[in-house]
Design a protein. Structure first.
Lengths: 173, 235
């Protein structure tokens, strides 16, 4: 390798004659690269990164909001359900009470009717029995007058009636 | 060592303004860096493409490095540090292309980069902190008797910074290319056993890819460390 190197210089890195050239082009390169990076590349990438961070942050915030809304909706639903249950219970209770009251009045009415009818029946039975007793008394007086007529025993009607009434009273009591 | 030679592109002698292979490969470095950062990120999409993602990751990587190593108030120097990183990274990577010229293997180039960083950081330190910047060399946590000795050591290490900063990069680049050439030379000399050095060069090439990226990273993070010293000189 030493044969291929330029005579008199070992390492090209130590060849001072090329230093000015390298330094000049390095300075040009660094200035160009610095302007390209700091004016074009870095602001663009910084903007993209900031944009992405903003999007992620707002998306997370929106997700939180939706979660909150879902929770509120669930709470409202539960509340409405509880209210509906209470309302239903109340309606059932009211219906039961109403039916009970209706039943009570109907029973009372029926009882009164039954009592009235029983009294009527008793009254009529008594009438029938009274009229039957009268008939018995009349028939007994007629039969007695007839029996006395057969035996040719004259008895005035008033005496016969009194005697029959006495006997009937005695047997009736 | 002819792969390191500076040659005029159109023949003739090399004077300071002559377009040389240095010019060509530095221009290609600018093109490659612009291709990634501008052409690659041209979509500006909310959901990035692969190239845009690579550009954004490079941006984020250097941005976080500046922020974490040098502090929040160093962010205003981010474009300059990013330019340095892109230049060194793409110069190193392009230099790995066969028959390419590696601009960063030249001490003249890396020394200019390192001394620019050194001078600007030192000037910045004095402008921002005044004479307090000298507190960097006065280790107040050490015993009083030791402080002058430590100050001397700190001073020497401070001035050694640009030298190590530049030689590290140029040396790593040059050594890798030289070793690759030596192994490649063995391949023709060994005859039937040529595959041994060919495999070795293949492995070395992979290693050199790693070195190219790591040296760019090291150069940039050291710049950030020096910048932090200028912004916050107290230990």
């Amino acid at each position: 390798m030493e044969e291929t190197a330029a005579p008199g210089t070992g390492m090209p890195q130590l060849d001072v004659t090329t230093f000015s050239n390298q330094i000049f082009w390095l300075v040009v390169t660094m200035v160009v690269l610095y302007y390209v990076m700091s004016r074009v590349a870095l602001p663009r990438i910084a903007a993209v990164l900031a944009d992405r961070r903003g999007t992620i942050t707002s998306d997370i915030a929106a997700a939180e909001e939706f979660k909150l809304k879902a929770q509120q909706a669930e709470e409202a639903y539960k509340k409405a359900e509880a209210e509906a249950r209470a309302e239903a219970n109340r309606i059932v209770e009211a219906a039961k009470a109403e039916m009970q009251a209706e039943l009570d009045t109907q029973i009372a009415k029926a009882d009164a009717e039954i009592a009235a009818k029983a009294a009527e029946s008793e009254r009529r039975i008594r009438e029938i029995r009274d009229s039957a007793m009268e008939l018995v008394a009349d028939v007994s007086k007629d039969i007695t007058s007839d029996i006395l007529g057969v035996f040719d025993t004259k008895a005035d009607a008033r005496t016969v009636n009194a005697a029959v009434s006495n006997r009937l009273k005695g047997s009736a009591s | 060592m002819d792969q390191f030679e500076v040659k005029a592109l159109f023949g003739g002698d090399v004077s300071w303004y002559t377009p040389t292979n240095v010019t060509l490969w530095m221009a290609l470095t600018v093109l490659a860096a612009s291709a990634l950062m501008i052409y690659g990120a041209r979509g500006r999409a909310l959901v990035p493409s692969r190239a845009q993602s690579a550009a954004e990751m490079t941006y984020g990587f250097i941005y976080n490095m500046v922020k974490d190593v040098a502090g929040h108030d160093a962010i205003r120097f981010f474009p300059y540090i990013f330019t340095l990183f892109m230049f060194v990274l793409f110069a190193n990577l392009l230099g790995l292309i066969p028959f390419a010229f590696t601009t960063t293997s030249h001490i003249a180039v890396t020394a200019v980069l390192a001394f620019t960083v050194f001078l600007s950081v030192t000037t910045l330190g004095f402008i921002l902190n005044g004479s307090k910047f000298l507190g960097l060399f006065w280790v107040s946590s050490a015993p009083l008797a030791l402080r002058p000795v430590l100050a001397l050591i700190e001073l020497i290490s401070y001035f050694a910074r640009p030298i190590s900063h530049s030689i590290r990069l140029a040396g790593a680049m040059m050594a890798g290319h030289a070793v690759a050439k030596v192994f490649a030379g063995f391949a023709s000399a060994l005859g039937a056993a040529f595959f041994v050095p060919v495999l070795a060069v293949t492995a070395l090439y992979a290693l050199e890819l790693l070195v190219a990226v790591i040296q760019a990273y090291v150069f940039t993070i050291l710049t950030c460390v020096y910048l932090r010293d200028a912004l916050h000189p107290s230990h």
